[in-house]
Design a protein around this ligand. Sequence first.
Ligand SMILES: C[S@@+](CC[C@H](N)C(=O)[O-])C[C@H]1O[C@@H](n2cnc3c(N)ncnc32)[C@H](O)[C@@H]1O
Length: 347
Amino acid sequence: MTGTHPTHIPVLCKSVLDHLQVRPRGVYVDCTVGPGGHSREILKRLGAGRLVVLDLDEDALRLAARRLAPSKAKLSLHRENFRNLPRLLRRLRIRRIDGCLADVGVSSLQLDMAERGFSFLKEGPLDMRMDRAQTVTAASLVNDSPPERLVEILRTYGEVTGAARVVAALVEERHRKRFETTTELAAVVERVKGWPRGTRLHPATQVFQALRIEVNQELKNLEAFLSGVVDFLRPGGRLVVLAFHSLEDRLVKRSFARESGKCICFSPRDLCGCPRRRRVRVLTRRPVRPSGQEIRANPRARSAKLRAVERLNASSEGCGAAGSRTGRGRKAGGFRLGDGAREANRG
Ligand SMILES: C[S@@+](CC[C@H](N)C(=O)[O-])C[C@H]1O[C@@H](n2cnc3c(N)ncnc32)[C@H](O)[C@@H]1O
């Protein structure tokens, strides 16, 4: 690996920085440093401030350490899951932060390295772990999960049509020989599903997305992170999240709605269990999307959605507007699993 990563371009970088509004003496957290693209820009704007960066992936942290040094600001790198951010901040004795960025999902660094097993286009071990210290891999899931569980994973996290047929073929194949490589898996999926007419999306795209989400527990981590991070934002502090499929974006949207005092359960008012505590102001009524120009320059940005909030002063915090709802109805606020699969993930 070289000190730079030529194919990596940080997604929606200008918008991330516009929303973070980095204060030179502030304390910032980049929860997903990856190859360090966004962090590098944050550091340029920090004077005597502090940047804490996290990633699950040791390769990413090593690359980021090289790309981000030297820096005037105080920088620390941690191999940590962002769901554990509260614990990390307490360990670092940081009580309040001025801003936090989470650019969730897989990085181009991970996708481009065949040996990480994220891409069906490159032959590699069927791995897909961001954190290589964990034991569950895509291969262990495909080879050892009960068929019903596999069907559930493909439907829930990939909205795979014909999931039962795909799994039946996988089970038949694994009796003959355990799956070891990405291309073995992609070939079976392609054989079962074929190329649907009118699409250029590889038939294995959604299967790979679903397995990756399950291997890395991506939605559970994001949900846990979102439920803890606002406590640490100082008044005026900003949280910016970049999501790459609508399963993630829905979690972000709902969490921001809840933190801004809205009802997200859609029960009758007397049964509503939402806290209705307004702790943040939503800065993005609609998600920010990359321009056509950005997508042309960086096709992996195409499904990105950026949302951001600002923590309110204690004096402005309070109960949300009675009866306010997220979106225009149940569907707009509800968590409809499966939408994510329609959007190609980065890769
Ligand atoms: C899209 S990349 C980040 C790219 C980075 N913003 C940049 O511009 O260079 C996402 C990174 O988040 C990391 N990641 C994903 N889930 C994580 C989690 N739960 N905790 C910490 N890091 C995570 C991945 O390993 C990957 O390196």
